[in-house]
Design a protein around this ligand. Structure first.
Ligand code: MG
Ligand code: ZN
Length: 367
């Protein structure tokens, strides 16, 4: 009899232990292994709603489960610029408008990308603008002014970032100091690619994709699916690291549509950004260990929506400025840790929360 029941008992014991473990795991707040931060430059609630209307009433970012707001003012202004706005999110410190990864004394601040790199995660930056422009620059560079594009480009060489895809080729190869940073990038082990076909065919390793001399063209002028494709490629390459990854993707030109007070420009860039969001969410849904955070550095244009039509996609907008505004911007989150982003928060809180969730600040030597 013993010989029959003993194996049965073992099976029950194992089943019971497995059930308990699963229950216990489900109760624990699951921390993400990876974070994909998507920044729509200039993307306020109105810009989101303009895109949603133009898309017939829905967007990919609606899959997010938790929502909040970010208070965007900088150390020097009620209204921020993208340098201070990006630096707040990348370093957790409010600084002056125009600053790139430095504090109000122009001293360098360590960015989440640098913390992640130090802990053995893979890192990446993707943007439709030049990769040396304020938003991506604030994650990797430390300069007194956002206008020091060539110095910002040189700062990329001081890091071990794994994947870069954006414009800005001239800042690396047609420089006032005549230094060809491309040669140095190749020496540092990067595959340097100049168009999206080559970028997308990269199978593994470190990638530096510079797909335009300066900024990539706006969507309606031939950029194609550069941003969603770059997002997919970056995620594919970065996710090869078992330690996890941090990726920032910027839809740079929602802001430019806002500056131009051009609703068509805003909506087409918003929809393009949302397609990149769709790629990130697709990966996160399948992966289960990836936190998606979608937000903006500030709103641009003071866009109000006075009318629209979901059937035709028409949006009627009005504006308060050709510049940025001071309003809170939305935060959307999905995946493990998403609940931390609900509610009203400071832009600098986004850094603190991402750092904590990726366990990047558990070293007392770090600030
Ligand atoms: Mg930007
Ligand atoms: Zn702007």
């Amino acid at each position: 009899m013993k010989n029959i029941f003993f194996p049965v008992l073992i099976v029950f014991a194992v089943l019971f232990a497995t059930a308990c473990q699963t229950e216990q795991e489900a109760q624990l707040p699951k921390a993400p292994k990876n974070i994909i931060l998507l920044i729509g430059d200039g993307m306020g609630v109105s810009e989101v709603y303009a895109g949603l209307t133009a898309n017939g009433g829905s967007l990919n970012l609606e899959k997010c489960t938790h929502y909040g707001y970010s208070k965007t003012h900088s150390a020097s202004g009620y209204v921020t610029d993208s340098g201070a706005g990006g630096t707040a999110i990348s370093t957790g410190v409010r600084t002056y408008n125009g600053a790139i990864g430095v504090d109000t004394d122009s001293l360098p601040l360590k960015t989440i990308l640098e913390f992640a790199e130090e802990k053995g995660l893979s890192t990446g930056l993707v943007s439709t603008s030049s990769i040396t422009h304020a938003t991506p620059a604030s994650f990797i560079s430390h300069q007194k002014s956002r206008n020091y594009y060539e110095a910002i480009a040189a700062d990329f060489l001081k890091t071990d970032v794994d994947v870069i895809i954006g414009g800005g080729r001239h800042n690396f190869m047609k420089r006032a100091d005549s230094v060809n940073l491309i040669e140095q990038l190749i020496q540092n082990g990067y595959a340097v690619k100049y168009d999206m076909e080559d970028v997308n065919s990269t199978e593994s390793g470190k990638l530096f994709g510079l797909t335009a001399d300066a900024h990539n063209p706006r969507y309606s002028e031939g950029r194609g699916d550069m941003l969603p494709e770059a997002t997919e490629t970056a995620v594919r390459l970065l996710s090869a690291n078992d330690n996890g990854f941090f990726l920032m993707v910027e839809g740079s030109m929602i802001d430019w549509g806002g500056h131009a007070n051009d609703i068509k420009y805003i909506t087409e860039e918003m929809l393009d950004f949302d397609r990149a969001v769709g790629e990130a969410l697709k990966f996160a849904e399948a992966d289960g260990e990836t936190l998606i955070v979608i937000t903006a550095d500030h709103e641009t244009g003071g866009l109000g929506i006075n009318g629209g039509d979901f059937a035709t996609g028409e949006v009627i907008g009005g504006y308060t400025t050709k510049g940025h505004t001071g309003v809170m911007v939305p935060v959307f989150a999905f995946g493990p840790g998403a609940d931390a982003f609900a509610g009203i928060q400071k832009n600098t809180d986004l850094f603190d929360k991402m750092m904590k969730l990726l366990k990047l600040n558990d070293d007392s030597s770090l600030q």
